[in-house]
Design a protein around this ligand. Structure first.
Ligand code: NIG
Ligand code: FE
Length: 391
């Protein structure tokens, strides 16, 4: 996949939030004289970027952990000492829904300002029924308040909360709370499209993942997994076996894991910013995944602990420089495959008639400049469902 069709002086005609035609502005003026039109004479127009993996609902940032890691403490070690996810959980529980909404709103606007027009948002820093529902309701309010398309995911299985760790029997109690109370309630209130889980040695085991995602499926929810992020455990294979929509992270995926994903419909979502920010030299084996036939999506993993970035184009830089993708492969990962990772491949991610009018316009002259000017801000305007998201 190495050719990109690059359009210049383009306009997009829209009707009812959908693209009806894409082409040179002068042609569209003639062929669609009365249609609503978005003119993009200057710059490079792309499908709106699709960030299919974020943890955007949190309270305080966790900048103090940067220096702990720099001094040699590992991510899991910080978590074992009550930091990491647990510190975000303590903080989120202390905040009201209104407060969390006020904190999330400008963060999501900043994501949109970089060209993202669809974002997946996970809960997962509550870990009680009420605090998880509170997080998902914040996502629902963001959907109503912002033009950007938002896909909600329930991540009650982000960790085993600290209060369930005194006795070994309590672990099963929390898992029962997830399967018997939280997931049914989330499904009943239609608060999430996906259920996700941190399936990783030291967090949730494969058997527990099977149980929790089994309950999700029973209640009609689609599946995602944080899989093989730090150690290979068979999580990618399980994602493929369960028919998960995506398996995410995969920096430590095994050979059998690669083969399993390639043989399945499960999208391999890679998050190169996370490994960079954690100071790891290892990245997911993107070339091996592509060679085997897996579909690769890219995402920011925006979260307060391991990837506090809202800059999707920076992920394109990392995809090229660290994952060794071509610019065309990276763009595919940010658009069509990102949409597939959210079950939205027929709706968004392409500049074609019938697709949602989700567009991003960048102040560059060649698409290859988007990953090139790394860390820059080049998005001048963006639209979701034909409505301005930015600019
Ligand atoms: O995707 N791996 C688990 N969850 C997040 C990190 C969350 C956190 O540290 O707050 C991730 O990297
Ligand atoms: Fe994540």
């Amino acid at each position: 996949m190495n050719d990109l069709r690059v359009l210049t002086n383009t306009a997009v005609a829209t009707e009812n939030d959908k693209i009806t035609a894409v082409g040179p502005q002068s042609d569209l003026e003639r062929s669609h004289p009365t249609a609503a039109r978005i003119d993009c004479a200057r710059g490079v127009l792309t499908p709106g970027l699709i960030d299919s993996h974020t943890h955007g609902i949190f309270g305080k940032p966790r900048f103090e952990e940067q220096e702990l890691r720099a001094s040699g403490l590992g991510y899991m070690e910080i978590a074992r000492q009550g930091g990491g996810i647990h510190s975000s959980v303590r903080d989120l529980r202390s905040r009201s829904e209104d407060e969390l909404f006020a904190l999330a709103l400008p963060r999501i606007k900043r994501l949109a300002a970089h060209g993202t027009t669809t974002v997946e948002l996970k809960s997962g820093y509550g870990l009680t029924l009420d605090d998880e529902l509170k997080s998902l309701r914040v996502i629902q309010r963001l959907q109503a308040a912002l033009p950007i398309r938002i896909v909600p995911t329930f991540l009650g299985a982000h960790e085993i909360p600290l209060e369930y760790r005194a006795k070994s029997s309590q672990r099963a109690e929390y898992i029962a709370l997830l399967t018997d109370e939280m997931i049914p309630r989330v499904a009943q209130e239609k608060l999430a499209t996906f259920v996700d889980i941190f399936c990783e040695p030291g967090v949730y085991t494969l058997d527990e993942t099977r149980k929790i995602l089994g309950a999700a499926r029973t209640h009609g929810l689609a599946l995602k997994l944080h899989a093989d992020e730090l150690e290979p455990s068979g999580a990618a294979e399980l994602a493929a076996e369960l028919g998960a929509t995506s398996a995410d992270h995969l920096a430590a995926i095994s050979e059998p894991g690669i083969r399993a994903l390639a043989a399945s419909q499960t999208v391999a979502t890679l998050l190169p910013g996370t490994m960079l920010f954690l100071g790891k030299t290892r990245q997911a084996p993107a070339r091996d995944l592509i060679a085997a036939g897996a579909a690769i999506a890219l995402a920011t993993d925006f979260n307060p602990g391991t990837s506090p970035t809202v800059n999707f184009p920076l992920m394109l830089t990392l995809a090229v420089s660290q994952l060794h993708l071509s610019v065309a492969e990276a763009m595919l990962g940010a658009t069509t495959n990102g949409a597939a990772a959210l079950g939205l491949a027929a709706e968004t991610g392409q500049l074609s008639p019938g697709f949602s009018a989700d567009l991003a316009l960048f102040d560059i002259g060649d698409i290859r400049e988007l990953p090139y000017w790394y860390g820059d801000h080049r998005c001048s305007r963006s639209w979701a469902r034909g409505k301005a998201c930015h600019g």
